[in-house]
Design a protein around this ligand. Structure first.
Ligand code: PLP
Length: 388
């Protein structure tokens, strides 16, 4: 008897999570592993956010939340969109969720199905293609290269389109590449999308982690037409180090927001009520904590960039956002899984193989870990590369 549905039978487990599990197991066994696998900030959630949730619990905020979120949080999110993204949304256009991941999936489920194609630039966040497949739609992968900064050009987007194209996924700043699309690049991509009424899922979860001269631009803010077509996803996980709180949100045209709310009402219902009070405190509180965290990541980023540049048989470009380096290991001539397994077993350094992101010639290093681990891990990584 085959109990698993045909929809799910082919679904591979998240490869980013499986490497992290092995590394954790080795650490538990007392091994001196330097892990670069983390997908979450290594800082704790700021205290005023925790205190707001504790206060909410004590005040009895322990019942079901409205499906689309507590009104005060939705109001704070609407104000954040105006202040940070130049985007005005009414509260019925905002759906608070149990994380950006859920917002992405619900968006896809609400808008895509069998017969539809969804364009995804690679290297991509590992969950996008699987989420698309779970809706019955087909992912169409557009390969990008280091030469274009790991970014899809408007021409590539145009070429990948077919009469079945329903939606394109953009993720800027990007995981795993750290790439940040400029306003001009988004304008060109937006022009192509608008010409065929293609929806845009803009995953902006790393918005606050941006470095150097780069600026975050929400594609929805570029024109009224693009605002209609775009579902903007964001959340609290990365900016406020609240990954375990499971709190995210999206904003979209009213009909899409309504469809997403309907899915949510029949699945998870509203996110955890007292966690949402933490979210309000995060948005209303002092944003200095966000820039302090960003500065810490920036210092690590610059250190790592210098170290990587000194290794002759790998290629890196400077990431402008998020907390990842995507390292091109093509000159070494080993596929990413094999490379990552050897690096872990021989030098006890954990990285994520690029195959998880549709880029088998790469590995991903996260710098959401201490500078001591980074220094030690890069010494070992350098030795490993020199031995090849
Ligand atoms: N989107 C991207 C690109 C991510 O990298 C992640 C987490 O790694 C998420 C969404 C998930 O965010 P959340 O924790 O809010 O569900």
């Amino acid at each position: 008897m085959d109990f698993i549905s045909s929809n799910i039978a082919e679904l591979p487990p998240s490869q980013t999570l499986s490497i992290a599990d092995t590394a954790r197991q080795m650490l538990d066994e007392g091994k001196d592993v330097c892990s670069f696998g983390a997908g979450e900030p290594d800082m704790d959630t700021p205290n005023h956010i925790k205190q707001a949730a504790i206060k909410a619990l004590e005040a009895g905020e322990t019942k079901y939340s409205p499906v689309t979120g507590v009104p005060a949080l939705k109001q704070a999110i609407a104000e954040k969109f105006i202040a940070d993204n130049n985007l005005e949304y009414s509260l019925d256009q905002i759906v608070v969720s149990c994380g950006a991941r859920q917002s992405c999936f619900n968006t896809l489920l609400a808008t895509c199905g069998p017969g539809d194609e969804v364009i995804i630039p690679a290297p991509y966040w590992t969950s996008y293609p699987e989420m698309v497949r779970m809706t019955g739609a087909e992912p169409v992968i557009v390969e990008t290269t280091q030469e274009t900064g790991w970014k899809m050009t408007a021409d590539q987007f145009d070429e990948a389109m077919s009469p079945m194209t329903k939606l394109v996924i953009l993720n800027s700043p990007g995981n795993p590449t750290g790439a940040v699309y400029t306003k001009e690049e988004l304008e060109k991509i937006g022009e192509v999308a608008a010409s065929e009424d293609i929806l845009i899922l803009s995953d902006e979860i790393y918005e606050k982690l941006i470095y150097g001269e780069a600026e975050h631009v929400s594609i929805a803010s570029l024109s009224d037409e693009l605002k209609e077509l775009t579902i903007t996803v964001n959340g609290f996980s990365k900016a406020y180090s609240m990954t375990g709180w499971r709190l995210g949100y999206l904003a979209a045209a009213p009909a899409i927001a309504k469809a997403v709310a309907s899915i949510q009402s029949h699945t998870t219902s509203g996110p955890t009520t007292f966690a949402q009070f933490g979210g309000i405190a995060a948005l209303h509180g002092d944003q200095q904590i966000v820039s302090d965290m960003r500065d810490e990541f920036d210092m690590r980023r610059l250190y790592m960039f210098n170290r990587f540049q000194a290794i002759s048989n790998i290629r890196v470009i400077e990431p402008e956002g998020a907390f990842y380096f995507l390292v091109n290991i093509e000159p070494i001539g080993i596929k990413s899984m094999n490379f990552a397994e050897k690096l872990l077993s021989r030098r006890e350094v954990a990285v994520v193989p690029g195959i998880a992101f549709g880029a088998d010639h790469t590995i991903r290093f996260s710098y959401a870990t201490s500078l001591d681990i980074i220094k030690n891990g890069l010494d070992r990584f350098e030795e490993f590369c020199r031995s090849h």
